[in-house]
Design a protein around this ligand. Structure first.
Ligand code: NAD
Ligand code: 89V
Length: 346
């Protein structure tokens, strides 16, 4: 393999450790510098992960020394940072959520496309082992044409201690968790074009919703239900598993607690346990999410080196973010909202 691609990493916060551990596993790339506007965080991360340079200003992107940038900051900073990378013509992988609203997502994508700079969303739920295997089962036709799906994420894990910004985020649950579910719904059932949604704010003192129930109409006429909640008190706490089922004309695949796929098909009934890989740096209960990070980043590097499309490119992700925007508009109006109007200019 030729020389590894050199990357700048921006955002040495809570989730960054998973990215940085994962970059040490990714073939064909290395992080050669880290940037955080907090010098203490930048320096500490550089020291811990053996990265030769640390910076506090992302303008270092213009140094011409980076083949890519990994932006691991919160969504309100993404437009400025991606624009900086695009101006420096540095390909981007940027964490979810893309941006706080569809208009900003559209601006970011249009700017990158006009400049010919590739941008991928670090949207890693579809890269979890269990969902790659579920996609294989669907592709093999074991349950026939999909007709219905339900994806649910219902727990009461304390996300607020590690991610305190979620307490103040007005568009919270759909943008933070729902976006994972909507991308999974598209990954498993195909694109969707209409949404009906009810939001709830259950926990006291939050700026935004912490529960939502969405219903999607997919382009293939399938219907899916996405229900998410950080206010669900039950044992066992299934965080961070996405549970549910996918139904087809010939059978059903259930997604059950314990990373179990229960396949009901004409060939019979079977369980497959698709456990995430453990690593020295992974730890319960985050393992299933952590395991997807190197897979997501390896896909980015492989596609970047080959010049092929990212599964979760900025352009593809507009479909996901239009569903999230439609959900908020549906929750506000009580109506079913179609995404066509939100994406008419792309
Ligand atoms: P965080 O606030 O803990 O860390 C962000 C860091 O970026 C901070 O240290 C901040 O100083 C730095 N920063 C912000 N703007 C900057 C700028 N312009 N230049 C340099 N540094 C800057 O956030 P976090 O909890 O690590 O989350 C980051 C993103 O990752 C969020 O969008 C979140 O939704 C996402 N996330 C994804 C997963 C997942 O992939 N499954 C899990 C958790 C969080
Ligand atoms: O995985 C994530 O994107 C986190 C979580 C959903 C756990 O809150 O933001």
């Amino acid at each position: 393999m030729s020389q590894p691609l050199k990357g700048l990493f921006i955002g040495a916060g809570f989730f960054s450790r998973n990215h940085l551990h994962a970059w040490a596993e990714v073939r064909g790339a290395e992080i050669t510098a880290i940037c955080d506007r907090d010098p203490a965080r930048a320096e500490a991360a550089a020291k811990e992960f053996g990265i030769g340079e640390w910076h506090t200003d992302a303008a270092v992107l213009h140094s011409g020394r980076f083949d890519f940038v990994d932006i691991c900051t919160t969504m309100e900073t993404h437009e400025e940072l991606v624009a900086l990378a695009v101006a420096a013509r540095v390909p981007v992988i940027v964490q979810k959520p893309f941006a706080p609203d569809i208009a900003t997502c559209l601006r970011i994508e249009a700017g990158a496309r006009a400049a010919g700079v590739p941008v991928m969303l670090h949207e890693n739920f579809r890269f979890q082992k269990i969902f790659r295997r579920l996609r294989e089962i669907l592709d093999a036709g074991e349950i026939g044409e999909v007709t219905f799906g339900r994806l649910n994420w219902r727990n009461d894990i304390d996300v607020y201690t590690n991610q305190p910004y979620l307490l103040k985020t007005e568009r919270f649950m759909i943008m933070d968790v729902g976006i994972h579910m909507l991308d999974l719904a598209r990954f498993l059932l195909g694109d969707a074009h209409a949404v009906s949604c009810f939001n709830q704010s259950v926990k006291e003192g939050l700026a935004g919703e912490d529960a939502a129930t969405l219903m999607l109409r997919h382009d293939n006429r399938a219907v899916s239900v996405v229900d998410i909640s950080y206010a669900t008190h039950k044992t066992p706490n299934t965080f961070p598993q996405t549970l549910g089922e996918i139904e087809g004309r010939l059978g059903t695949v259930q997604i059950l607690d314990g990373q179990v796929l229960r396949i009901h098909s004409p060939a019979g009934l079977r369980d497959e346990v698709i456990a995430p890989d453990q690593r020295s740096w992974t730890s319960a209960p985050w393992t299933q999410i952590q395991d997807s990070v190197p897979r997501t980043q390896q896909h980015f590097i492989d596609a970047l080196r080959a010049g092929t499309a990212f599964e979760t490119s900025a352009r593809d992700s507009l479909q996901t973010y239009a569903l999230a925007e439609a959900a908020y508009r549906s929750a506000a109006s009580g109506a079913v909202v179609k995404t066509a109007d939100l994406l008419k200019d792309i």
